[in-house]
Design a protein around this ligand. Structure first.
Ligand SMILES: Cc1ncc(COP(=O)(O)O)c(C=O)c1O
Length: 395
């Protein structure tokens, strides 16, 4: 770095004493694969975002919000109208009352909600159990708080949890267990039996649950979403995180919410008020109106199930092996009949040589477990999916 003053240039030394707080982390694979896709003009099924527009009504409501005065700081926990409709939605779907005043907090995206929840309760030396493959923001958040991530591998290929293994890992240092259903990247979902086992394990302890439910409205076949809100014994110790980005095809608007009992919400808001303080007002207004209409989220499962089926039917004749997908908008494809390359290399090669980008699953594991599986996002127009399938069938 240089500082120019008149004709003199002064070299500034980088402070050599700064050591990274996250030495193992580089740029996230989502950014890496998306920019590789752009560079090589590849179809981008890597990062999880829709390539279609949100509902026109929602976009009009944002403009309306700006016009009628929602342009300054919103209240720190979120617009009351939005918190009320979130509480109402939660009651009608999961039959649990959350007080909009003290138990619902609007946040700038689920990633932020997860970070704030972890930061608000995890201290130096605390252990946090999570399941791998894991969404990439959990571990850095735990480590920045001085906590220790304790990873448990989901059992391939169904990605189910071995609760006996979890039981052996619980001890007096266990502060939190993170669950994610429907699950990214595997598309698996937790069943009633999983919830029963988890409830039993934490009974009588101070363990907090962080339930990442960003795909709560994207669940397929005969599966029902097992929100932690459905189970009073879990709800009373849970942060539940949801994302409007996933529900309303607006990942770029970065907004979500956290449900938690009053004592946990109090701590979460202490972090939130010094991190973002509040979330942009006109979009909160827009969501508060949209959310009053349950058809805006209730139809999502069938819409995405149709996309999953459309995509999967098109690639049935390919050499990729289709893995089960019960929720989320990700389809895993096993490629060991095509190549024995490492998944990161194979994914990069597909992007560069075949013009189709995906995410290698090994990046979701601490030890880079490689089951020769790639993740493809099917939140795309049918035309994009058709073009993608055509390529995949030729590989
Ligand atoms: C499992 C999971 N949790 C959290 C998030 C983050 O959601 P947001 O974009 O609202 O921060 C994502 C996004 O891909 C996700 O897949």
């Amino acid at each position: 770095m240089q500082l120019c003053s008149g004709n003199t240039t002064i070299e500034l030394n980088h402070p050599s004493t700064i050591s990274s707080k996250l030495p193992k982390n580089g740029t996230s694979i989502f950014s890496v694969m998306s920019s590789l896709a752009n560079e090589h003009a590849a179809i981008n099924l890597s990062q999880g975002f829709p390539d279609f527009y949100p509902d026109q009504r929602l976009m009009d409501l944002v403009t309306e919000g700006m016009r009628i005065g929602y342009n300054q700081y919103a209240p720190m926990p979120g617009l009351m109208a939005l918190r009320e409709v979130i509480a109402h939605k939660t009651k009608s779907l999961y039959n649990t009352d959350y007080n909009p005043d003290t138990e619902v907090t609007v946040v700038p995206g689920a990633t932020y909600g997860i970070f704030a929840a972890i930061t608000s309760v995890v201290r130096e030396g605390d252990e946090v159990i999570l399941f791998e493959p894991a969404y990439d923001c959990y571990v850095p958040a735990i480590e920045l708080s001085g906590g220790k991530p304790i990873q448990v591998e989901l059992k391939f290929p169904n990605f189910n949890i071995d609760w006996d293994e979890v039981a052996k890992l619980i001890n007096f240092r266990t502060k939190m267990i993170i669950i994610n259903t429907p699950h990214n990247p595997s598309g698996s979902v937790l069943k009633e039996e999983d919830i029963r086992r988890l409830t039993k394990l934490v009974h009588g302890s101070d363990i907090v649950i962080l339930s990442d439910e960003v795909y709560e409205h994207i669940i397929f076949d005969s599966n029902q979403h097992t929100s932690a809100a459905l189970y009073p014994e879990l709800a009373e110790r849970s942060f539940i995180v949801s994302s409007f980005g996933k529900t309303y095809h607006t990942t770029g608007w970065k907004m979500g919410y956290v449900l938690a009992p009053e004592n946990l919400t109090k701590e979460l808001r202490k972090v939130h008020q010094y991190l973002a303080f509040s979330v942009n007002s006109p979009m909160q207004y827009a969501y508060s109106v949209m959310l009053q209409d349950p058809t805006t989220y209730n139809g999502l499962s069938s819409m995405y199930q149709a996309k999953r089926d459309f995509f999967v039917d098109l690639i049935r004749g390919s050499r990729f092996e289709i893995q089960p997908c019960s929720g989320s908008y990700f389809q895993l494809l096993k490629y060991d009949r095509i190549s024995d390359e490492k998944d990161e290399l194979f994914a990069k090669r597909l992007t560069i040589d075949h013009k189709i980008a995906s995410i290698p699953i090994s990046v979701f594991y601490r030890n880079k477990t490689d089951n020769k599986v790639l993740r493809f996002c099917f939140a795309k127009s049918n035309e994009t999916l058709e073009r993608a399938a055509e390529i995949l069938c030729k590989i």
